[in-house]
Design a protein around this ligand. Structure first.
Ligand SMILES: [Zn+2]
Length: 260
């Protein structure tokens, strides 16, 4: 490292430390809920939603005033990546409001560079203790990829193939695991595999997120939202651990946590 780089680095560390002290002095040290507490909040919020007992919290003028004057990092408790589908309104699903959830929405809830960068921001800077990778029933993106692989595809606009290519290994794996299932009946299995694929792509490309999870500072969970009932099905947490193990032993995983 040359002298210039060293000076630059010292300068950044000094600025960063000062900003942190200012933040702490301004707002007090804020204790975020634990990962277990957040999962419970999400589960209870979803239950209120699908049983018609939503409380619509954190949408008053007082909350907006808070949003305009305070740091979201002291409030938001979860990062959620889900599909752009209009049937998946994230805050409503978890009966949450303003400054509660850091949301990334993209067709097929795929985790490519822009989405992973947003997740890193949500987890490392907004400090949300939990990330939910939320697939949904009847996902059009997973359906389109399935049809394409079954030779029933149709012409796609120029940017769509590159968007949905992350879903291909998920559909192929679902088909491999359930050889007796044919046609569109494979789609629900592919939707679940696509959640696992998103988590794998995230771990492969984000050493920062791997570290947060390994140090138990954050938890990643998979889930599937049922567009017809409003209910979130939470997928087994052990599977996330096994994906992390698999990625850790993969020499192709990214290892530099920080941008140069
Ligand atoms: Zn979808």
């Amino acid at each position: 490292m040359n002298l210039n780089k060293i000076i630059k680095r010292i300068f950044f560390i000094a600025i960063f430390t000062t900003l942190n002290i200012v933040a702490i002095a301004g707002h007090g040290v804020v204790q975020k809920p634990s990962t277990d507490e957040v999962l419970k909040m999400l589960q209870e919020g979803n239950k209120r939603f699908y049983t018609g007992k939503s409380t619509f919290p954190h949408i008053t003028a007082e909350r907006l005033k808070q949003a305009g004057t305070e740091d979201q990092g002291n409030h938001a408790y979860a990062t959620v990546i889900t599909c752009s589908d209009s049937r998946v309104p994230v805050e409503l699903i978890f009966d949450a409001g303003v400054m509660d959830i850091f949301v990334i929405r993209v067709a097929g809830n795929v985790a490519d560079v822009d989405e992973i960068g947003s997740i890193e921001y949500g987890m490392a800077h907004v400090n949300t203790p939990v990330l939910v990778v939320l697939g949904h029933t009847q996902c059009g993106a997973v359906t389109a990829v399935t049809h394409e692989l079954h030779g029933e595809g149709h012409k796609l606009e120029r940017n769509i193939p590159e968007l949905v290519d992350n879903i291909i290994p998920a559909v192929e794996r679902a088909q491999e695991m359930h050889k007796d299932i044919h046609g569109d009946e494979i789609i629900p299995y592919a939707i679940e595999e696509n959640v696992w694929q998103g988590i794998e792509d995230l771990f492969m490309n984000s050493p920062a997120v791997r570290k947060l999870v390994q140090e138990k500072k954050a938890q990643v969970v998979g889930a599937i939202y049922n567009v017809g009932t409003g209910k979130v099905e939470w997928l087994p947490v052990e599977k996330v651990d096994s994906i992390l193990k698999k990625v850790n032993s993969d020499p192709k995983k990214a290892t530099e946590a920080f941008a140069k």
